[in-house]
Design a protein around this ligand. Structure first.
Ligand SMILES: NC(=O)c1ccc[n+]([C@@H]2O[C@H](COP(=O)([O-])OP(=O)(O)OC[C@H]3O[C@@H](n4cnc5c(N)ncnc54)[C@H](OP(=O)(O)O)[C@@H]3O)[C@@H](O)[C@H]2O)c1
Length: 290
């Protein structure tokens, strides 16, 4: 039986790499992106790995909430099932909390939180119905994998919007896991540290006031931006796509997967160090003291 995986945000980064890794692992992958005009890199990667027969590309924007149930129904009409949903699409909005406009914060939540929620809600009934149809794992109904972030568990300065959206996702995911475990649906979240993808370059989004002369934080925001550009090490994104693939193959995955040395260091230092010492180190490293 062919297992079907649905992945969002496949034009670059983790999404693109996960398409290739999951197809190599034997899944048929429905790879989606919001602009099919950005398909060239994915096409190239799929062709080089000779995986054309195991990958299909569809257009899907996670913020087109009303269109998501129909998009899921079309996939099920074509392929009969969805075994794995990888909610990967996302972006990071930068800017001091004071400078971020409410509509910018809402847009951040629309993609990183409501988009993942809406697509998951569209897929849940499909997974419920298909329980008991997998000869290799009779009690399993499907996997839902959230690409969260270490910023869903700890917060950095100057990315409050991103952290808030990923914290919301973490809370929602933990509840969903408890609600669906008895139905054979395995919900897991991946919390990467910094990895080398377009999120740091071509896809960087900064609030419109954040770096402008209008902002009282302009100088601090510029210093922070230079630290991120020049000092922050970004690891090989394949670590994350390979982890997602391992979770998809595991009939009994954990709830959370911290990935990256920086993510683990951040997580544990926040929990183990005295808070006032910890925050001093963060402010010093990010150069946002006044
Ligand atoms: N890289 C890191 O260091 C890191 C660390 C922790 C967590 N993450 C998370 O990993 C996920 C993937 O990011 P990445 O690092 O691989 O960055 P990326 O290379 O910028 O990829 C992000 C993908 O999301 C897509 N996307 C954005 N808005 C969308 C929407 N409304 N509908 C559908 N697709 C949309 C982008 O499509 P377009 O090409 O159309 O913009 C792109 O394909 C995100 O959820 C991010 O928060 C990344």
């Amino acid at each position: 039986m062919q297992k079907i995986a649905l992945i969002t945000g496949c034009s670059s980064g983790f999404g693109l790499l996960t398409v290739v890794d999951m197809a190599k692992a034997g899944f048929f992958v429905v790879a989606t992106m919001r602009e099919l005009s950005r398909r060239a890199r994915l096409d190239q990667a799929v062709m080089e790995a000779n995986l054309g027969a195991r990958v299909e590309l569809r257009r899907l924007d996670v913020t087109e909430f009303e269109a998501l149930p129909a998009a899921v129904a079309e996939i099920v009409n074509t392929h009969g099932r969805i075994d794995v949903l990888v909610n990967n699409a996302g972006y990071a909005l930068g800017g001091f909390a004071e400078d971020i406009q409410l509509e910018e914060l809402r847009a951040q939540f629309d993609t990183n939180f409501f988009g993942q929620v809406a697509l998951t809600r569209a897929v849940l009934p499909v997974m419920r119905k298909q329980r008991g149809t997998r000869p290799d794992a009779p009690g399993l109904a499907g996997h839902i994998i959230m690409v969260s972030s270490i910023s869903g568990l700890t917060s950095n300065p100057v990315t409050s919007s991103y952290s808030a959206s990923k914290h919301a996702l973490e809370g929602w995911t933990e509840s969903l896991r408890l609600e669906t475990l008895g139905l054979g649906i395995k919900v897991a979240a991946v919390e990467p540290g910094a990895y080398d993808t377009d999120i740091w370059s071509k896809n960087v989004k900064i609030g419109k006031v954040a770096l402008s002369a209008e902002s009282p934080n302009q100088a601090r925001a510029r210093r922070f931006s230079n630290v991120v550009k020049n000092r922050l090490k970004k690891a090989d994104a394949r670590e994350v796509s390979q982890l997602i693939t391992r979770i998809a193959l595991d009939p009994n995955p954990n709830l959370r997967y911290l990935v990256g040395r920086d993510a683990r260091l951040r997580y544990w230092s926040q929990r183990l160090l005295p808070w006032k010492f910890y925050e001093k180190q963060i402010i010093k490293y990010t150069q946002i003291d006044s």
